[in-house]
Design a protein around this ligand. Structure first.
Ligand code: ASP
Length: 265
């Protein structure tokens, strides 16, 4: 209907942040101390403007605050207390940290802490506990690409831990080639600058979106690290992952509409 890619990204992410099924906003995972610290970022590929927040605790829609960092400050990333202070000034909706609680995530935390005690390993046996971030990538009628990503991070993460989601170029990125949003073990996506690598391969290596995004997920990352959703300036869509499944949906104005979890769907 002619909406801008940025507006669509923010609207879709607000819906997903409100849905307790996903690890973002309501339903976010717990950190090691039984609290929630949320990360989000948004990027406009047509202007390279971007905004992000990390470690926010009382912002109902972290993605909306990230967008305000983009539009109302000269900065890209605000974290923790400073981001909370900015939320006051920006006038976004605030909630108690316990608003984000869900029983399912509490059980996951308890299970993981027990497993840690038993095995001494910080890496969960069930790597699904590392996933659940939400993201949206859009190409609009004006040819503008945008990407947005929001997360509670990883279950039982250390307080103060910042993942890939608010790091532009790692977990989220958009430029004139493509828009990319990632999910998975954030540290790996930061290490390899995954989101930006996709468009760099397209720009410098002449790869297609499919070649570039498959290469970073299957050749650069390791099995079970995660996946990404991407759309390029021609409307090509790519959603590779190296985990067992990845909840995803794709649609375009020609009538394509698809919802899938596993590989063969
Ligand atoms: N990538 C997120 C993080 O590491 C986790 C996720 O995708 O669910 O914070």
């Amino acid at each position: 209907e002619g909406s801008s890619s940025l507006d669509v990204c923010e609207a879709v992410l607000c819906l997903l942040e409100d849905n307790p099924m996903f690890n973002a906003g309501k339903g976010a995972v717990f950190n090691e101390k039984g609290e929630h610290e949320l990360d989000a970022s948004i990027m406009d590929g047509s202007t390279m403007r971007c905004g992000a927040v990390a470690g926010v605790r009382t912002v109902k829609h972290p993605i909306s605050l990230a967008r305000k960092v983009m539009t109302e400050t000269r900065h890209v990333l605000l974290a923790a207390d400073g981001a909370e202070r900015f939320a006051e000034i920006a006038g976004v909706e605030r909630v108690d940290n316990s608003y984000f609680d869900t029983e399912r995530r509490r059980r996951a935390l308890d299970r993981l802490l027990l497993e840690r005690q038993r095995t001494g390993s910080l890496v969960p046996q069930d790597r699904r506990l590392d996933y659940g971030t939400v993201g949206c990538v859009v190409l609009d009628q004006g040819g503008r690409l945008a990407a947005a990503t929001s997360t509670g991070g990883m279950t039982a993460k250390k307080w103060g831990r910042v993942g890939d989601t608010p790091i532009l170029g790692a977990g989220n990125y958009a430029d004139s080639y493509a828009a990319i949003s990632c999910t998975g073990t954030g540290e790996e996506f930061i290490r390899h600058a995954i989101a930006r690598s996709v468009t760099a391969r397209m720009a410098y290596g002449n790869q297609s979106l499919e070649e570039a995004s498959s290469a970073v997920i299957h050749d650069v990352l390791k099995k079970d690290d995660g996946g990404l959703i991407a759309v390029d300036r021609d409307g090509n869509i790519s959603t590779p992952f190296n985990s067992t499944g990845m909840y995803r949906a794709t649609a375009n104005s020609l009538g394509h509409f698809k919802v899938a979890i596993f590989d063969d769907e």
